[in-house]
Design a protein around this ligand. Structure first.
Ligand SMILES: Cc1cc2nc3c(=O)[nH]c(=O)nc-3n(C[C@H](O)[C@H](O)[C@H](O)COP(=O)(O)OP(=O)(O)OC[C@H]3O[C@@H](n4cnc5c(N)ncnc54)[C@H](O)[C@@H]3O)c2cc1C
Length: 558
């Protein structure tokens, strides 16, 4: 083997991360937080400019904040709740409104469940913020303009074939582990022969990214998404920033049309129809085709190579769960990888990533697909079922939509699409990395998040008092190790324990009793993993028992 261009350190274990999209960057930052160096490569020379995602949900913001990426700062970079707090069902942007719904939980009430409610942050802004942290992190060797041609699991290391797009030089480098965060078309996934389950091509869209100040036209009717129903318009407007950044998602048929058919003139005409008003100064920034899929990889791991983010699942954007699912993937993977690399856990711990994360991706996929299909109910309520009479029916309904109860009912039926609080915060794990996990209940209502202290659930958010200050419980727990959150009369662990012990009533205070909160006696405790999921519950703290549970969770000796 020739000398590797990307030289892994002899002394520190290293992970190669292929793809510096949001998920790859978060993986590198999380690994660094756990003390692991990584090499992060991307074939792109710059951050993505197309504003794809906008919904960065509460759990993703919590993850960011736990590793020093201020969630408050991120939220300031996003749209205000006034601008991004609603979705609207309209004929055109400035035309008839058939109904509106709140967009996810951005209200004050959400603060009872999370310190950082969802914010609409354009993907490039989110990625650039992550990139600032990546560039400032000495544990991350970040290289743009480097493409990974293939990864090969060699048993005790990974060989990566890399090419510099600048010089054209290629080389092979070896790493301890690799994470493929190379997006929906993942070349790595394909080269590993990992199949996807679920439909590959559901519908096709052109993402027409344009700059225009449409704020004066949306006065009194702000929203983040505008679903358009005027005959001949059809599609969705996404308002990333009402004053400048918009996308028109325009359905198209790549079998009968070519991307080149959509020049600026044609795109401007489509935008004008969607807006329903003469356009102010408008620039078409980019037009990119995009196919909606609903797929989950059959495997998330091949030996020392892991899939994460869109490489592992292609979730329809109707639900805003793409990046957010990926953030959960790498939060789950990185602490496990770090534990194995530090020799604290057995390799089998790494098998639990797929066991825990695949069901989350499947649920998110299923609901997002359902959301995408449900919009057709509203289409039917407005246009009827007979294509020949559609224009006639629409003209009558549009005269006075209030006369048609099926329109209001179809708007109401879209609610779960725009309130998936339980999917965002309520997912649980059941694997060998949870001691005596509770069987995961089927999701009945994606909006109904019920905080739980059961093994497998994420610890509930609480506003606690610490040193006289009101803080989220999250701020009292380390995010890089295990915590034993113990009742006031629980025994102490040994001083040399690797687990941080945090005591209810001493390290922080809360208005409810420990027992009311957790259902455990004051002698009891919950063991919390570095990713915030409850690994075990104890009626009393017996250090030997805690050690045994840790050994089981971490697959020591397996
Ligand atoms: C219109 C639209 C709206 C969306 N809205 C939301 C939303 O509101 N919320 C949400 O959570 N998600 C949303 N999504 C989904 C979200 O955009 C994706 O889930 C997200 O980009 C996935 O991140 P990723 O890092 O896994 O992959 P990507 O963002 O695709 O990044 C992959 C990176 O890998 C690099 N790469 C690929 N192959 C190689 C290689 N061989 N070598 C080196 N580098 C490589 C690429 O250059 C790229 O930078 C939306 C998507 C669309 C299209």
């Amino acid at each position: 083997m020739r000398r590797p261009r990307v030289q892994p350190s002899n002394t520190s274990p290293q992970v190669l991360i292929v793809g510096a999209g949001p998920v790859g960057q978060l993986a590198a930052l999380l690994l660094s937080h756990h003390g692991i160096k990584s090499v992060l490569i991307d074939k792109r020379l710059t951050t993505l400019s197309a504003p794809k995602a906008h919904a960065i949900n509460a759990r993703t913001l919590e993850i960011c904040d736990s590793i020093g990426i201020s969630a408050e700062r991120l939220r300031q970079l996003g749209a205000s709740a006034n601008d991004g707090g609603n979705v609207r069902f309209v004929s055109t942007l400035t035309g008839i409104e058939f109904g509106a719904l709140p967009y996810e939980r951005q209200d004050e009430g959400a603060l009872a469940y999370t310190p950082f409610p969802l914010s609409n942050i354009p993907q490039p802004v989110f990625e650039e913020t992550l990139a600032d942290h990546v560039r400032a992190d000495p544990m991350i060797d970040f290289r743009r303009g480097v493409e990974c041609l293939s990864l090969h699991d060699a048993g005790d290391h990974v060989d990566a074939s890399l090419v510099s797009l600048d010089t054209g030089e290629s080389d092979t480098a070896c790493f301890d582990y690799a994470i493929a965060a190379d997006g929906a078309g993942s070349r790595i996934r394909q080269s590993l022969d990992i199949d996807m389950e679920g439909p590959e091509a559901l519908s096709n869209y052109l993402m027409i990214h344009f700059s225009a100040d449409l704020r004066p036209l949306t006065q009194g009717r702000r929203g983040v998404l505008y679903f358009l129903f005027e005959p001949g318009v059809n599609g969705t407007l996404i308002a990333y920033d009402h004053s400048k950044t918009w996308v028109l998602m325009h359905p198209w048929d790549p079998a009968s049309e070519r991307r080149e058919d959509y020049d600026d003139e044609r795109c401007l005409a489509l935008i004008e129809k969607a807006v329903g008003h003469p356009l102010p100064e408008t620039t078409v920034e980019n037009v990119s085709p995009w196919t909606m899929s609903a797929q989950v990889a059959e495997e998330y791991r091949k030996g020392r190579i892991f899939l994460a983010g869109d490489a592992a699942h292609r979730i329809p954007p109707a639900g805003g769960l793409g990046i957010n699912s990926g953030a959960g993937d790498v939060q789950n993977l990185t602490w496990k990888l770090a534990s194995v690399m530090r020799g604290e856990a057995g390799e089998a711990l790494l098998d639990t990533c797929a066991v825990e994360r695949q069901p989350v991706a499947r649920n998110n996929n299923e609901q997002s697909l359902h959301n995408a299909m449900k919009i057709f109910d509203l289409m039917t309520a407005l246009h009827g079922v007979d294509p020949d009479k559609s224009a006639e029916r629409y003209a009558v309904v549009a005269q006075d939509p209030g006369r048609f109860p099926e329109v209001a009912a179809a708007v109401e039926a879209q609610k779960p699409h725009f309130d998936s609080f339980d999917l965002q915060l309520g997912y649980r794990y059941a694997s060998s990395a949870i001691f005596e996990p509770v069987p995961i209940p089927a999701i009945e209502n994606v909006s109904d998040y019920r905080p739980s202290w059961d093994a497998g659930a994420h610890f509930p958010h609480l506003w606690v008092t610490r040193q006289g200050k009101t803080q989220p419980l999250q701020a009292c727990l380390p995010a890089d190790g295990f915590t034993l959150l113990a009742g006031s009369s629980a025994d102490s662990l040994a001083d040399d324990s690797v687990i941080t012990q945090v005591r209810f009533g001493t390290d922080f205070e809360y208005y409810k009793s420990w027992q009311d909160l957790t259902g455990l006696p004051d002698s009891g405790a919950v063991l919390i993993r570095p990713d915030g999921h409850i690994a075990a519950r104890f009626d009393r703290v017996e250090p030997g028992k805690v050690d045994t549970v840790m050994a089981s969770i971490l697959a020591r000796g397996a």
